[in-house]
Design a protein around this ligand. Structure first.
Ligand code: KIV
Length: 294
């Protein structure tokens, strides 16, 4: 049962109308979902970037539907109130509208997502229309589409040239007309994001698309400084978990090697009478008496 604080698409629409920005982070597990909910993040995206940041793949393509739905279920358990977006993985919606509807249904009915996200352009307008008709709330992801990386040829800003920008702006309009309930713009120039955001009623979430979108999503590992290498220039880092965690792991390893952990404080002792009985039983069996406990 949604609580009074549940963030819905209605909340996001109001936020757009009132020009109050929407915060969104990627989230892939129960414990982090709890923290994000406690911190007041508006929306959590169970993104297929999990393949890269958690599984170590170089693209998002290896994510499977079952795996994504399992992650979404865990995130929902940790966060009953945030607006939960399930990212449909590669080939779970591109093959045909029937697949798209059935697979989206798992995110909605099994995992309890509030909407699903699909990476689209005008060629998938019929799919988005079919999903909307089937009561699937769709967030249309436009601009850079990581699932198409092999055809695009790299992670590049999209719409830098006027004809390409116009095409993305038209695609956004088509998605709105097809029944999408929100848009996500990835790696489009600031001006393009501003034009789309101003010209639609839909909440528009941006990533690497400038400050004019209605909301902002970031991959959590990037903003936390968690994972390999330097964060991209487009990301503001809010913590340095890399250093914090390496420090903790190093301290643990040192403790174990130097017998600083575990100590009696971290261990469970037998009741003295039980231990005496055990010693007697062992002595009867082996003839060897264990030392009494200090
Ligand atoms: O999967 C994901 O994390 C995403 C974001 C990059 C928007 O789609």
């Amino acid at each position: 049962m949604p609580s009074g604080n549940k963030i819905t698409i209605g909340t996001l629409r109001t936020r757009k109308r009132e020009q109050r920005k929407i915060s969104m982070l990627t989230c892939y597990d129960y414990a982090t979902a709890r923290l994000m909910e406690e911190a007041g993040i508006d929306s959590l995206l169970v993104g297929d970037t999990y393949a890269e940041v958690c599984l170590g793949h170089s693209t998002t393509l290896p994510m499977t539907l079952d795996h994504m739905v399992t992650l979404a279920e865990a995130v929902r358990r940790g966060s009953p109130s945030c607006y939960l977006v399930g990212d449909m993985p590669y080939l779970s919606y591109q093959v045909c509208p029937q697949d798209a509807i059935r697979n989206a249904g798992l995110f909605m009915a099994k995992a309890g997502c509030d909407c699903v996200k699909v990476e689209v352009d005008r060629r998938l307008v019929k799919t988005v229309e079919a999903m909307a008709t089937a009561t699937i709330p769709v967030m249309a992801h436009l601009g850079l589409k990581p699932q198409s990386i092999q055809t695009v040829g790299g992670y590049k800003v999209q719409g830098k040239r006027a004809p390409d920008a116009l095409r993305i702006i038209e695609d956004a309009k088509m998605m709105e007309e097809a029944g999408a309930i929100a848009l996500l713009l990835e790696a489009v120039p600031t001006e393009v994001a501003a034009i789309i955001t101003e010209s639609t009623e839909l909440p528009v979430i941006g990533i690497v698309s400038g400050p004019h979108c209605d909301g902002q999503v970031v991959v959590q590992h990037d903003m936390l400084g968690y994972g390999g290498g330097h964060p991209p220039r487009s990301v503001k880092q809010y913590a340095n978990l890399h250093d914090l965690l390496v420090e903790a792991f190093r301290a643990f390893a040192k403790d174990v090697v130097e017998s600083g952990f575990p100590t009696d404080q971290h261990s469970v002792a037998m009741d003295p009478a039980e231990y005496d009985e055990l010693r007697r039983a062992l002595a009867m069996k082996t003839g060897h008496v264990k030392p009494s406990r200090k």
